[in-house]
Design a protein. Structure first.
Lengths: 114, 205
C-alpha cells in the first residue's frame, strides 16, 4: 500500500504560515509568522529553511525567485506557495487534531481538558 | 573583508542569494547565521544527491525524466536495505514513492488523480525484486566489492534461522565492516548507481 506523507507539527506550522501569507511568503516573513504561531517557543531561521526545503521535496510547496530588491542588498527573495498536496496534508492533520480533541473533550476525561 | 563576503564564501551557491537577502533583512544576527549554515549545507548535499526538484508549474518532459531519475535514486536506498538483509526496514519504505510523487506522475501522464487510482501507479514502477535483480547483476558485473557486500547481506538471514545470538553478533561485526567498506567505496557505488540506465516502465511505455 502506498505510503502517504504526513505532516509533523513544525511542518504544519510552516505550511499554515505560507498559506496565510499568500504572495508574500518568503524566508523572513514565514519565520516571523511561525514564531507567532508557536509562541512562546522561539524558532530559528535555520529550522524554517530546513523545513521549507523538506516540504518542497515532498511536493507540498513550490518556490520561485523574485526580482532583487534594494532593502535586501540587491538580493532576490525565494517565495513559496502551498501546492494541493500540501493543502491536503494540512487538512488531514487538522482532521486528526479534531478527532483527538473530540476524544478528549467528550466522555469521561472531558472535565480535565476543557 | 566584511561579513557579507565571508558568508558569500561559506554558503552553498544554490541558496546563497535568498539566504544572504534574508540575513541582510534581519540585520545579520549571529543566531540566524549559526542556525542557517548547517541547514543550508545539509539541504545542498541532499539536492546534490537527489538533484533539483522540478517546478510543478512548468513541468516539461525533461522535468518528468528528472523526477523519474530522482525516484529511481530514492529506490536505490531500498536496494541497499534489501542488500543488507533488512526486508522489514525496506518494507516500511515501500514503495519508495510518496503520495505527491504519484499525483505528480498521474498529472504528467494525463490520468485523473483520485485516491482510488493512485495505487495502480505502483505497478508502473520497478518492484523491489526487479530493482534487486537489476542492480545485483549490474553491480556484480561492474564492482567486485559490491558482490562481497551482497554476500554479507545474505548471511545474517541464514544465521538467523540457526541461532539468534550468532546472528546478532555477526550483524554487529558485519555492520561495522559494511560501514567501512561503504565509506571506502561510496564514491564508486554512487557512480555505478548513476550509470545505471533502467528508467521506470512508465516512461518507456
Amino acid at each position: 500500500m502506498a505510503r502517504t506523507d504526513s505532516c509533523g507539527q513544525f511542518e504544519q506550522l510552516v505550511l499554515t504560515a505560507v498559506l496565510s501569507l499568500d504572495d508574500n511568503a518568503y524566508g523572513v516573513t514565514i519565520h516571523k509568522k511561525v514564531e507567532e504561531l508557536s509562541s512562546p517557543k522561539s524558532v530559528t531561521l535555520g529550522a524554517v529553511y530546513v523545513t521549507l526545503d523538506r516540504l518542497e521535496d515532498k511536493g507540498f510547496l513550490s518556490s520561485w525567485l523574485t526580482e532583487p530588491t534594494a532593502e535586501r542588498g540587491g538580493r532576490a527573495k525565494r517565495c513559496y506557495k502551498v501546492e494541493s498536496a500540501g493543502e491536503q496534508a494540512l487538512r488531514d492533520s487538522m482532521l486528526t487534531a479534531r478527532r483527538l480533541l473530540n476524544e478528549l473533550t467528550i466522555g469521561k476525561r472531558s472535565q480535565a481538558w476543557i | 573583508m566584511d561579513l557579507r563576503t565571508v558568508l558569500s564564501a561559506v554558503l552553498p551557491l544554490a541558496s546563497r542569494e535568498q539566504i544572504l537577502g534574508d540575513l541582510e533583512e534581519r540585520g545579520f544576527r549571529a543566531r540566524d547565521i549559526l542556525s542557517v549554515l548547517p541547514g543550508a549545507w545539509l539541504a545542498h548535499l541532499r539536492r546534490e544527491w537527489l538533484g533539483p526538484v522540478p517546478s510543478l508549474a512548468d513541468a516539461s518532459e525533461a522535468a518528468l525524466r528528472l523526477r523519474a531519475e530522482q525516484l529511481r535514486r530514492a529506490a536505490s536506498v531500498d536496494l541497499l536495505l534489501l542488500m543488507w538483509g533488512q526486508p522489514r526496514l525496506c518494507a516500511s519504505r515501500q514503495p519508495g514513492l510518496s503520495a505527491p510523487d504519484f499525483d505528480w506522475l498521474h498529472t504528467r501522464l494525463g490520468h485523473p488523480i483520485s485516491h482510488r487510482d493512485r495505487y495502480p501507479m505502483e505497478s508502473l514502477m520497478p518492484s523491489p525484486s526487479q530493482l534487486l535483480g537489476d542492480y545485483r547483476s549490474t553491480l556484480q558485473r561492474r564492482t567486485p566489492g559490491v558482490s562481497a557486500i551482497l554476500l554479507m547481506g545474505s548471511l545474517p538471514r541464514l544465521l538467523n534461522q540457526q541461532s539468534p545470538i550468532a546472528w546478532k553478533l555477526f550483524f554487529e561485526v558485519s555492520t561495522i565492516l559494511l560501514a567501512g567498506v561503504l565509506l571506502y567505496r561510496s564514491r564508486h557505488i554512487i557512480q555505478e548507481l548513476r550509470n545505471l540506465n533502467h528508467p521506470p516502465r512508465a516512461l518507456t511505455a
